[in-house]
Structures are given as structure tokens and as C-alpha cells.
Design a protein around this ligand. Structure first.
Ligand SMILES: [Ca+2]
Length: 507
């Protein structure tokens, strides 16, 4: 037996006592300081490969890396969906997009002559549900929302031409703003999917709460940060829940000119560095993001709440675009790991420094935050999330569980459902009926489809997937009996149709 694996009973007892003392001390701090504050940084389209503390050598993220250096960094954190709206709804409700029937970005892309029909999906969260911010308000928290919401009902392609339906949807707009789902204050949140044509002054004046704010040098991230800092100053005497839902780093990718130049120079100075995801504009946006995180952390210290605040940093889906991600296959919108792998870093009281390799998913945050603040869980609400506080605090693990995704739509991919069960991944496409199976432990880049080589494993994964879809009442993409398979008839999304139509005219 090696000396390293031997732990004496005395050492064990010391460890147990220290854990008891630390837990007792933590709860006594809760009592003395009041309830811990919660800050969530949710970044748009930020795959984990884009941060220095995960993998990037090109982007510079010292403030975010400092969170990781003081806290717990998760290497297998997943988002609940590969696109904005369903992933955000999953975070706020603890329910999977499949169960919510909110499975695409709002409003989704119009499809023409596809093999399957898009189901009658939902573009808002039901008010009957108690969201995470509503649960925080029940606990006496001041709740502030900053940034992108993207959960306002908008007409789906299915609705076009139905005047009654369009009028109903228009009437619902105001009822689904962030203030109607649990946030006391809202700066920036509405139906917008992105920052619009420009990230800079005065474009952001169109957003709620940002009218007249900022100056010509400031980008949207800076102005939202000003609002968040002002909220912290005003709420420093009461427990607060600050939900910073950045518009960055979604496209259009436009950084501050001086930062863009810095990263252009970095590329020019290091031609042999082999930087991946090396867009200077993206790097500049990420530098502004990092500065924002640093400013919020400095403000927490300034108001004396740094040691009484749990900080959670994560993303809503994988990286955008066709950039090569070194660690995984695919990116935002796809069924592969690059679509769903996001950063997750937590730091604050009771959180040790470490790295966790246990998988988590977006729906977990709701029950975990409630558990952290010592509030009763709401199992009838966050049904698809698991309390992963033992992973945050490094005091234990959680039961193995399968993870599922469901996307009965077309956009970056064709309709699919997928699952990860004990390190095995299955992806089943509804359009062509193709099934793919990967052993993620041996094949993290999802290169070797084992579906035909290992039919028993494939069958068991499919059974798990079908059981889940039935259990949550998922809406399926079913064959369209009117689909015309002729190659002369266009089949695809409206964006591609416009290109196809133009090229047809040229012939
Ligand atoms: Ca997104």
C-alpha cells in the first residue's frame, strides 16, 4: 500500500471535525451576516473553450479566471438547450425545454417543405410556474435583471396568416417581461435576441431602463454593468439576487476598437501560436465581459458583501458560428458536445477551490441556489434539476443520472433528441431517422458512431430516450404527409430559400 493512500483514523477524525466546524461556522455566518446574496453571470453563446481558465490562449479573462482560482470549476457543465430561449427558460424554471414545450429560439426560423412538421410549441413561460426569481422573492430577496431576456411571445412561423392568433400574441407581450416573472427591476430585457446592429452608443437606448444612459465610448456591456453596480449600491442592506444575463458574446461580433486592435496585434505578433477561435472582435467583446465581471466583484467588495455572496458564472449554450472548438465537436445549435458544453464556475462562502468533473445541467441551478440559501426546495417546480450543492461545496457527490435534450425544429441542425447515459451519448434525428451513438469517455470528439457496432447499447439508450420523452410529454417532430421529396422543390429554411430563389433566377 502506498503511503499516499493510507489515511489514519486520527486524520479521519480531524477531517470530520473540521468539516463539522466549517459547516457550523458557515451557518453561524449566515445567521450573523444575514442570508447570502446570489449573483449569476449568464453569458450568451460562450462555450467553455473561450476562457483562459478552460482552454483559450487567445482570449484574456483575468477576472473570470480569478473566480475559478478561488472557487469550483466544472469541466462537464451542460446547458439545458443549444439555443437561447429554451436554455434561459430551463435555468429560470428548473424544467427541461421538452417539458415546457419551449424548444426553439423565439420565434424560430420559417421552414419550407420539410420532412417533419414543427409542433405547436410555446414562446413564453407559463405564469402558473414559480420561477427562480419568484422563489427568491418569497425568501425576501431583492431581484434585479440585467441584459438579455428573449422570453417574450412572438409570432412563430406557424402563426403567420392567423390574425386572431397574432392579436393574442401581441396582447401577451407586456405580460411576459422580466418584471412579470419575478424580477423587481429590469435593465435591458425584452423580446430582443441580440443587441441589434450595433453594440455601441446610442443603439442600446432602445432597451428598457437604458434610455439616455452611457456615452459614446461605452458598449452595451459597460452600460449594463453600470446598472448592476447601481443596484448593488442600492440593495446592499438587504439580500439580493442579481441576474446578469449578458447580450455579449452573441453576434453581431463587434468589440471596442482599441481592444480589437490589441488582439489583431496579438495575432500578428504570434503567427505560429495556432490560436483557435481567434477573432479579434470576439476577443475584444470577451475582454469587455471580463472587465464587467471584475467591476461587479469590486463593487461586492466595496459594499462589504464579497464574503457573503455566492457567485455563479455560466453560459446559455455553446460557442457561436463555425469556429473550431478544440475540445469538442459542433457548436451552438448542434446536437454535439459543442452545442451544450458551457463554463460553470462558482465561488463564495462554503465553496472550496477545486475542479469538479461531475456533469451538471442548467436546470440544476434553481434547486441548488434554494438549497444554498437554506430555503425549502420546490420539487413540484424544478422537476428536471438536481440539487448539486454537494458538488459546489465539495462535500459529496450526486447520484448518476441521465441527461436529455430535445429539439423538434430545424435550424443549425435537423430535429433531434439526445441523451447521455453513463458516458454514452445517443443522438436520434427525426428527419432521416438516423441514430448515432458515441462513447464520450473514449471518444470525446464524437468521431466514431458505434450505433451499428453495438446494437444492444443503442437499443438501451433509445429506450431511455423514449421513456424520457414520454415522461415529460415532449412534442415530437412527426412526418409531414405533404412533404415533396423532389430535388426540384426547395426544402429548407427561409434564409436558404432566399439564396436558392435568387440563384434560380440567375439560371
Ligand atoms: Ca445563446
Amino acid at each position: 500500500m502506498s503511503s499516499q493512500s493510507f489515511v489514519s483514523p486520527r486524520v479521519c477524525i480531524v477531517k470530520v471535525i473540521s468539516v463539522i466546524l466549517s459547516v457550523w461556522f458557515s451557518f453561524s455566518v449566515w445567521a450573523a451576516e444575514g442570508k447570502p446574496n446570489i449573483v449569476v453571470f449568464l453569458v450568451d453563446d460562450l462555450g467553455s473553450g473561450e476562457l483562459e481558465c478552460y482552454a483559450s490562449k487567445f482570449h484574456e479573462t483575468p477576472n473570470i479566471d480569478a473566480l475559478a482560482a478561488s472557487g469550483m470549476r466544472f469541466t462537464l457543465a451542460y446547458s439545458g438547450a443549444t439555443l437561447c430561449s429554451p436554455s434561459r427558460a430551463a435555468l429560470l424554471t428548473g424544467l427541461s425545454p421538452a417539458r415546457l414545450h419551449l424548444t426553439d429560439w423565439i420565434p424560430g426560423q420559417k421552414q419550407i417543405n420539410r420532412k417533419t412538421l414543427t409542433p405547436d410549441w410555446q414562446t413564453h413561460m407559463d405564469h402558473e410556474r414559480i420561477t427562480l426569481p419568484e422563489a427568491m422573492k418569497e425568501q425576501g430577496y431583492a431581484t434585479g435583471f440585467f441584459g438579455k431576456w428573449h422570453l417574450i411571445p412572438r409570432p412563430r412561423p406557424l402563426d403567420l396568416g392567423d390574425d386572431k392568433k397574432l392579436a393574442e400574441i401581441a396582447a401577451m407581450h407586456d405580460e411576459h417581461m422580466p418584471e412579470k416573472h419575478g424580477f423587481d427591476e429590469n435593465y435591458g430585457g425584452d423580446q430582443s435576441a441580440n443587441q441589434g446592429r450595433s453594440f455601441f452608443y446610442p443603439n442600446y437606448h432602445k432597451f428598457p431602463g437604458l434610455e439616455g444612459k452611457g456615452s459614446e465610448k461605452e458598449c452595451l456591456t459597460d452600460v449594463l454593468t453600470d446598472c448592476a453596480i447601481d443596484f448593488l449600491e442600492r440593495k446592499k442592506e438587504e439580500p439580493f439576487f442579481l441576474y446578469f444575463s449578458y447580450y455579449t458574446v452573441h453576434g453581431p461580433i463587434t468589440g471596442k476598437p482599441e481592444y480589437v486592435e490589441k488582439y489583431r496585434q496579438k495575432l500578428a505578433d504570434n503567427p505560429d501560436a495556432g490560436y483557435y477561435m481567434n477573432n479579434p472582435n470576439k476577443a475584444a467583446m470577451i475582454q469587455s465581459l471580463d472587465e464587467s465581471v471584475g467591476r461587479v466583484m469590486a463593487k461586492l467588495k466595496d459594499i462589504g458583501q464579497l464574503d457573503n455572496t455566492l457567485v455563479i458564472f455560466t453560459g446559455d449554450n455553446g460557442s457561436q458560428g463555425d469556429e473550431f472548438v478544440v475540445n469538442y465537436r459542433g457548436n451552438k445549435g448542434t446536437a454535439y458536445e459543442g452545442g451544450t458544453r458551457v463554463p460553470l464556475i462558482v465561488t463564495g462562502p462554503r465553496i472550496p477551490n477545486g475542479v469538479s468533473e461531475v456533469p451538471t445541467i442548467g436546470m440544476d441551478l434553481y434547486p441548488t441556489i434554494l438549497s444554498y440559501i437554506d430555503a425549502p426546495l420546490k420539487p413540484e417546480e424544478h422537476m428536471d434539476g438536481v440539487n448539486v450543492l454537494p458538488l459546489f461545496t465539495g462535500t459529496g457527490s450526486i447520484d448518476d443520472r441521465p441527461l436529455y435534450w430535445h429539439y423538434p425544429h430545424y435550424d443549425e441542425t435537423t430535429p433531434y433528441s439526445s441523451a447521455i447515459v453513463d458516458g454514452w451519448k445517443v443522438v436520434r434525428y427525426a428527419d432521416d431517422g438516423k441514430t448515432e451513438v458515441y462513447n464520450l469517455k473514449d471518444d470525446p470528439m464524437e468521431k466514431n458512431d458505434l450505433s451499428t457496432k453495438n446494437p444492444e447499447k443503442t437499443e438501451s439508450l433509445i429506450n431511455s430516450l423514449d421513456g424520457y420523452l414520454a415522461d415529460v410529454g415532449a412534442q415530437l417532430a412527426l412526418p409531414d404527409p405533404n412533404h415533396d421529396p423532389s430535388p426540384d422543390v426547395f426544402s429548407g429554411g427561409i434564409r436558404d430559400f432566399k439564396i436558392w430563389n435568387e440563384s434560380s433566377k440567375d439560371k
